[in-house]
Design a protein around this ligand. Structure first.
Ligand code: RUB
Length: 330
């Protein structure tokens, strides 16, 4: 538990736990939940000292950003919501609270609107009769597929199971509810089935300045198989998943999750020398990506740096790493 957790409202702590335990998951939903938590924390603050309020919000943001390391949407959302706190125009706790609460709401609104725009831009890439493959559970990718279907295109979807957490089941349910035809497939079958796929659409946790995309483990293998068969591979993502940190060469930390997601405790006890590696994300190089569908339009992956510079400005190199890296690669 974070040292200041006793000062945070229970709802903030609950949101942080849900993100850590993947009850809230997916980069966009994580960012929205973090923004909401900041709004709740600001509302709950009781003191009158502006500096103390700022410190309190910094501690809340540390709790939130410590939950999962890979999706840059999380620190991006937190910095965006807390930006007014560094403005000289804010001179009282009341003003600061109001500014944080209104930015938190504005972020959630922006995120919802962004998904709508991504759907509108992205659906144009899909053609009547397409078989589209998607991986994991990405609302941005799903919004593109569903929009095309709602506009009357007959789309069939291959959904990977997405071991070890089976987010493919969630995706299947969402798409079935919309009336789409689904084939749930193990990701090990992707190369074999790629000959029946017209397009791949996946989401992103982080887009690096060089256009590389970090997404659920297995994405880069799917991209490789698509590349081999010259199948278009699209990434659907809000621009708040573009990483300003990578602009100055920071490596995106890849989350490694517990062995228990892969293998039973019993099996581990039976084989004490067995080590399990469970990386949750991988990196797809820009050369395998046909286009990135954002709320600002569809861009070639190599233009990621331009988007980052436009949104965040040219980042200043700091001596401190912006985010802690917690990897268990042992
Ligand atoms: C989820 C995942 C999703 C992206 C994009 O991983 O990799 O593809 O987060 O999702 P996890 P969205 O289940 O480990 O969080 O488009 O919904 O933001």
């Amino acid at each position: 538990m974070h040292e200041d957790a006793h000062r945070f409202p229970a709802q903030v702590y609950e949101i942080a736990c849900k993100i850590r335990e993947m009850k809230i998951r997916g980069a966009g939903r994580i960012a929205k939940a973090a923004a909401e938590a900041l709004g709740v924390a600001a509302e709950d603050y009781k003191g009158e000292d502006l500096e103390d309020f700022k410190m309190y919000m910094v501690n809340v943001s540390k709790l939130l950003t410590s939950t999962r390391p890979t999706a840059v949407s999380l620190p991006n959302a937190v910095s965006w919501v807390l930006k007014p706190l560094s403005s000289p125009d804010i001179s009282s706790v009341q003003e600061a609270k109001a500014a944080v609460k209104s930015r938190a709401k504005a972020f959630v609104h922006y995120a919802d609107q962004a998904l709508r725009k991504i759907a509108e831009f992205g659906e144009k890439l899909l053609t009547d009769g397409d078989t589209v493959l998607t991986h994991c559970n990405s609302l941005a990718a799903i919004s593109v597929i569903v929009e095309a279907f709602r506009r009357g295109k007959n789309i069939q979807v291959f959904v990977t199971e997405t071991r070890p957490k089976y987010q493919g089941y969630i995706t299947s349910e969402m798409l079935l509810k919309e009336g789409l035809r689904i084939r749930l497939i193990p990701e090990t079958s992707v190369r074999y089935l790629m000959k029946r796929v017209d397009k791949v659409v996946v989401g992103a946790d982080t887009v690096a300045a060089n256009g590389a995309v970090v997404n659920k483990i297995g994405t880069s293998l799917i991209a490789l198989a698509a590349h081999e068969k010259a199948v278009d591979f699209f990434v659907a993502t809000e621009t708040f998943k573009f990483s300003p940190y990578t602009f100055i060469g920071d490596i995106v930390p890849i989350e490694f999750r517990p062995p228990s997601e892969i293998v039973s405790e019993e099996f581990l006890k039976m084989h004490p020398r067995l080590k399990v590696l469970n990386p949750a994300f991988d990196v797809t190089p820009p050369d395998f990506i046909s286009g990135i569908i954002t709320e600002l339009g569809i861009i070639p992956p190599k233009s990621a740096a331009i988007i980052i510079e436009e949104i965040y400005g040219r980042p200043v190199i700091s001596m401190e790493s912006p985010r802690g890296v917690e990897e268990d690669t042992s």
